[in-house]
Design a protein around this ligand. Structure first.
Ligand code: SAM
Length: 245
Protein backbone atom coordinates (compact mmCIF):
# COMPACT_ATOMS: atom_id res chain seq x y z
CA UNK A 1 0.00 0.00 0.00
CA UNK A 2 1.30 3.45 -0.88
CA UNK A 3 0.94 6.06 1.85
CA UNK A 4 -0.48 9.42 0.77
CA UNK A 5 0.92 12.50 2.52
CA UNK A 6 -0.63 15.88 1.75
CA UNK A 7 0.94 19.00 3.22
CA UNK A 8 -1.03 22.24 3.38
CA UNK A 9 1.39 25.14 3.33
CA UNK A 10 1.79 28.68 2.06
CA UNK A 11 5.37 27.78 1.03
CA UNK A 12 5.17 24.41 -0.76
CA UNK A 13 8.51 25.04 -2.53
CA UNK A 14 10.23 24.62 0.82
CA UNK A 15 9.59 20.88 0.61
CA UNK A 16 11.38 20.31 -2.69
CA UNK A 17 14.90 19.79 -1.38
CA UNK A 18 14.30 17.79 1.81
CA UNK A 19 12.30 15.16 -0.04
CA UNK A 20 14.69 14.91 -3.01
CA UNK A 21 17.50 13.03 -1.31
CA UNK A 22 18.43 9.79 0.35
CA UNK A 23 15.82 7.57 1.99
CA UNK A 24 12.76 9.77 1.47
CA UNK A 25 13.61 10.13 -2.22
CA UNK A 26 13.94 6.35 -2.52
CA UNK A 27 10.68 5.84 -0.64
CA UNK A 28 8.94 8.07 -3.18
CA UNK A 29 10.53 6.51 -6.25
CA UNK A 30 9.97 3.02 -4.83
CA UNK A 31 6.22 3.70 -4.56
CA UNK A 32 6.03 3.51 -0.75
CA UNK A 33 4.75 7.06 -0.34
CA UNK A 34 3.39 9.95 -2.38
CA UNK A 35 4.12 13.37 -0.91
CA UNK A 36 1.98 16.22 -2.15
CA UNK A 37 2.61 19.77 -0.89
CA UNK A 38 -0.46 21.95 -1.57
CA UNK A 39 -0.46 25.75 -1.52
CA UNK A 40 -3.66 26.52 0.32
CA UNK A 41 -3.49 30.11 -0.89
CA UNK A 42 -5.39 28.83 -3.92
CA UNK A 43 -8.40 28.62 -1.57
CA UNK A 44 -7.77 32.19 -0.36
CA UNK A 45 -10.51 34.80 -0.43
CA UNK A 46 -11.11 37.06 -3.44
CA UNK A 47 -8.89 38.29 -6.21
CA UNK A 48 -5.93 38.59 -3.83
CA UNK A 49 -6.45 35.11 -2.39
CA UNK A 50 -6.30 36.37 1.18
CA UNK A 51 -5.59 33.73 3.80
CA UNK A 52 -5.12 35.80 6.96
CA UNK A 53 -6.88 38.46 8.96
CA UNK A 54 -6.62 40.43 12.22
CA UNK A 55 -7.85 38.82 15.47
CA UNK A 56 -11.28 39.64 16.88
CA UNK A 57 -10.80 41.53 20.14
CA UNK A 58 -7.54 43.05 18.93
CA UNK A 59 -3.97 42.00 19.63
CA UNK A 60 -0.75 41.42 17.77
CA UNK A 61 -0.29 39.56 14.51
CA UNK A 62 -2.45 38.00 11.85
CA UNK A 63 -4.37 34.73 12.01
CA UNK A 64 -5.01 32.12 9.34
CA UNK A 65 -8.62 32.40 8.29
CA UNK A 66 -10.77 29.28 8.50
CA UNK A 67 -12.14 29.19 4.92
CA UNK A 68 -8.93 28.32 2.98
CA UNK A 69 -8.07 25.43 5.30
CA UNK A 70 -11.66 24.11 5.41
CA UNK A 71 -11.85 24.23 1.61
CA UNK A 72 -8.42 22.67 1.08
CA UNK A 73 -9.41 19.77 3.35
CA UNK A 74 -12.77 19.42 1.53
CA UNK A 75 -10.85 19.10 -1.73
CA UNK A 76 -8.53 16.44 -0.30
CA UNK A 77 -11.52 14.49 1.04
CA UNK A 78 -13.31 14.76 -2.30
CA UNK A 79 -10.28 13.58 -4.21
CA UNK A 80 -9.70 10.55 -1.94
CA UNK A 81 -12.98 9.79 -0.16
CA UNK A 82 -11.93 6.19 0.48
CA UNK A 83 -8.89 6.81 2.69
CA UNK A 84 -8.89 7.10 6.48
CA UNK A 85 -7.20 10.41 7.19
CA UNK A 86 -5.04 11.59 10.03
CA UNK A 87 -5.11 15.40 9.94
CA UNK A 88 -2.16 16.80 11.85
CA UNK A 89 -1.94 20.44 12.87
CA UNK A 90 1.56 21.88 13.35
CA UNK A 91 1.33 23.76 16.62
CA UNK A 92 3.86 24.66 19.34
CA UNK A 93 1.04 24.14 21.86
CA UNK A 94 0.43 20.58 20.60
CA UNK A 95 1.57 17.20 21.92
CA UNK A 96 5.36 16.88 21.62
CA UNK A 97 6.38 14.74 18.63
CA UNK A 98 8.33 11.58 19.48
CA UNK A 99 9.34 8.21 18.04
CA UNK A 100 6.15 6.51 19.26
CA UNK A 101 4.11 9.06 17.33
CA UNK A 102 6.23 8.51 14.20
CA UNK A 103 5.59 4.75 14.54
CA UNK A 104 1.87 5.43 14.87
CA UNK A 105 1.81 7.72 11.80
CA UNK A 106 3.78 5.15 9.77
CA UNK A 107 0.82 2.75 10.04
CA UNK A 108 -1.67 5.17 8.48
CA UNK A 109 -2.70 5.23 4.84
CA UNK A 110 -3.23 8.99 4.54
CA UNK A 111 -1.61 11.80 6.52
CA UNK A 112 -2.44 15.47 6.06
CA UNK A 113 -0.11 18.00 7.67
CA UNK A 114 -1.40 21.54 8.19
CA UNK A 115 1.35 24.15 8.43
CA UNK A 116 0.46 27.39 10.14
CA UNK A 117 2.09 30.77 9.79
CA UNK A 118 1.79 34.26 11.27
CA UNK A 119 0.41 34.43 14.82
CA UNK A 120 -1.50 31.16 14.49
CA UNK A 121 -4.87 29.75 13.51
CA UNK A 122 -8.48 30.76 13.81
CA UNK A 123 -9.59 28.38 16.56
CA UNK A 124 -12.29 26.79 14.36
CA UNK A 125 -9.55 25.14 12.25
CA UNK A 126 -8.88 22.87 15.24
CA UNK A 127 -12.30 21.27 14.80
CA UNK A 128 -11.01 19.68 11.58
CA UNK A 129 -7.93 17.95 12.88
CA UNK A 130 -7.24 14.62 14.55
CA UNK A 131 -3.89 15.60 16.10
CA UNK A 132 -2.20 18.80 17.27
CA UNK A 133 1.54 18.22 17.34
CA UNK A 134 4.59 20.25 18.35
CA UNK A 135 8.13 19.64 17.20
CA UNK A 136 9.47 20.91 20.52
CA UNK A 137 9.34 23.67 23.06
CA UNK A 138 10.31 26.54 20.80
CA UNK A 139 8.50 28.68 18.25
CA UNK A 140 9.26 28.35 14.55
CA UNK A 141 8.25 30.87 11.90
CA UNK A 142 5.92 28.38 10.30
CA UNK A 143 4.91 24.72 10.42
CA UNK A 144 6.95 23.68 7.37
CA UNK A 145 10.17 22.69 9.13
CA UNK A 146 8.17 20.79 11.75
CA UNK A 147 6.23 18.92 9.04
CA UNK A 148 9.48 18.05 7.21
CA UNK A 149 10.92 16.50 10.36
CA UNK A 150 7.74 14.56 11.10
CA UNK A 151 7.44 13.29 7.52
CA UNK A 152 11.09 12.22 7.49
CA UNK A 153 10.83 10.37 10.80
CA UNK A 154 7.60 8.69 9.66
CA UNK A 155 8.58 7.70 6.12
CA UNK A 156 11.71 5.78 7.21
CA UNK A 157 9.44 3.60 9.37
CA UNK A 158 7.11 2.56 6.53
CA UNK A 159 7.73 -1.18 6.06
CA UNK A 160 10.18 -1.81 3.22
CA UNK A 161 11.61 1.73 3.09
CA UNK A 162 14.75 0.95 5.09
CA UNK A 163 16.23 -2.37 3.96
CA UNK A 164 17.85 -3.35 7.25
CA UNK A 165 14.94 -3.56 9.67
CA UNK A 166 17.15 -4.19 12.70
CA UNK A 167 18.88 -0.84 12.22
CA UNK A 168 15.50 0.82 12.79
CA UNK A 169 14.48 -1.37 15.71
CA UNK A 170 17.73 -0.60 17.53
CA UNK A 171 17.68 3.16 16.95
CA UNK A 172 17.68 5.53 19.91
CA UNK A 173 14.12 6.00 21.23
CA UNK A 174 12.80 2.85 19.53
CA UNK A 175 13.71 0.69 22.50
CA UNK A 176 13.24 3.20 25.32
CA UNK A 177 17.04 3.50 25.45
CA UNK A 178 19.54 5.67 23.62
CA UNK A 179 21.64 3.73 21.15
CA UNK A 180 25.07 2.40 22.18
CA UNK A 181 28.31 3.85 20.69
CA UNK A 182 29.47 2.60 17.27
CA UNK A 183 32.97 2.26 15.80
CA UNK A 184 34.35 1.51 12.35
CA UNK A 185 37.90 1.12 10.96
CA UNK A 186 40.65 2.05 11.79
CA UNK A 187 41.03 0.22 15.11
CA UNK A 188 43.22 3.01 16.44
CA UNK A 189 43.22 6.65 15.36
CA UNK A 190 45.17 9.45 17.03
CA UNK A 191 45.48 7.37 20.19
CA UNK A 192 41.73 6.76 20.25
CA UNK A 193 41.17 3.00 20.36
CA UNK A 194 38.17 0.88 19.51
CA UNK A 195 37.08 -1.16 22.57
CA UNK A 196 38.72 -4.61 22.43
CA UNK A 197 35.45 -6.47 22.92
CA UNK A 198 34.07 -5.22 19.59
CA UNK A 199 36.97 -6.89 17.75
CA UNK A 200 36.81 -10.11 19.78
CA UNK A 201 34.33 -11.94 17.52
CA UNK A 202 32.45 -13.02 20.68
CA UNK A 203 28.89 -12.08 19.78
CA UNK A 204 27.50 -12.71 23.26
CA UNK A 205 30.06 -10.38 24.82
CA UNK A 206 29.53 -7.77 22.09
CA UNK A 207 25.76 -7.75 22.67
CA UNK A 208 26.30 -7.46 26.42
CA UNK A 209 28.74 -4.55 25.98
CA UNK A 210 26.33 -2.77 23.62
CA UNK A 211 23.42 -3.19 25.98
CA UNK A 212 25.42 -1.92 28.95
CA UNK A 213 26.71 1.11 27.00
CA UNK A 214 23.20 1.82 25.81
CA UNK A 215 22.04 1.85 29.43
CA UNK A 216 25.03 3.96 30.48
CA UNK A 217 24.32 6.56 27.78
CA UNK A 218 20.65 6.72 28.77
CA UNK A 219 21.61 7.01 32.47
CA UNK A 220 24.05 9.86 31.77
CA UNK A 221 22.09 11.81 29.18
CA UNK A 222 18.43 11.07 29.75
CA UNK A 223 17.62 10.37 33.40
CA UNK A 224 13.95 10.97 32.51
CA UNK A 225 14.01 7.91 30.20
CA UNK A 226 16.20 5.88 32.54
CA UNK A 227 13.80 6.15 35.44
CA UNK A 228 11.02 4.62 33.31
CA UNK A 229 13.02 1.39 32.79
CA UNK A 230 12.31 -1.84 34.62
CA UNK A 231 15.81 -3.07 35.37
CA UNK A 232 16.95 -6.69 35.70
CA UNK A 233 19.29 -7.60 38.58
CA UNK A 234 22.29 -7.35 36.26
CA UNK A 235 21.14 -3.93 35.03
CA UNK A 236 20.70 -2.74 38.62
CA UNK A 237 24.33 -3.72 39.29
CA UNK A 238 25.43 -1.73 36.26
CA UNK A 239 23.33 1.24 37.40
CA UNK A 240 25.21 1.25 40.74
CA UNK A 241 28.47 1.28 38.78
CA UNK A 242 27.29 4.22 36.63
CA UNK A 243 26.39 6.19 39.77
CA UNK A 244 29.87 5.67 41.19
CA UNK A 245 31.61 6.90 38.01
N1 SAM B 1 1.49 32.37 18.36
C1 SAM B 1 1.74 30.96 18.28
C2 SAM B 1 1.90 30.41 19.69
O1 SAM B 1 2.35 31.12 20.56
O2 SAM B 1 1.58 29.21 19.90
C3 SAM B 1 2.99 30.67 17.45
C4 SAM B 1 2.78 30.87 16.00
S1 SAM B 1 4.17 30.42 15.02
C5 SAM B 1 4.99 31.93 14.78
C6 SAM B 1 3.47 30.12 13.45
C7 SAM B 1 3.20 28.68 13.11
O3 SAM B 1 4.42 27.96 13.06
C8 SAM B 1 2.34 27.91 14.07
O4 SAM B 1 0.97 28.15 13.88
C9 SAM B 1 2.71 26.47 13.73
O5 SAM B 1 2.05 26.00 12.58
C10 SAM B 1 4.19 26.60 13.40
N2 SAM B 1 5.06 26.27 14.52
C11 SAM B 1 5.81 27.10 15.27
N3 SAM B 1 6.49 26.45 16.22
C12 SAM B 1 6.19 25.15 16.09
C13 SAM B 1 6.55 23.97 16.80
N4 SAM B 1 7.39 24.00 17.84
N5 SAM B 1 6.02 22.81 16.39
C14 SAM B 1 5.16 22.74 15.35
N6 SAM B 1 4.76 23.83 14.64
C15 SAM B 1 5.26 25.02 15.00
Amino acid sequence: MRMQIDILSLFPEMFESPFSHSIVKRAISGGHVHINPINFRKYGIGKHQIVDDTPYGGGAGMLLKPEPIFEALDAIKEERPETKKRIILMDPAGKPFDQAMAEDFAEEEHLVFVCGHYEGYDERIRTLVTDEVSLGDYVLTGGELAAMVMVDATVRLIPGVVGNKSSILEDSHSTGLLEHPHYTRPASYRDLDVPEVLMSGNHGKIEEWRHKESLRRTFERRPDLFKELELSDQEKEWAKEFKQN
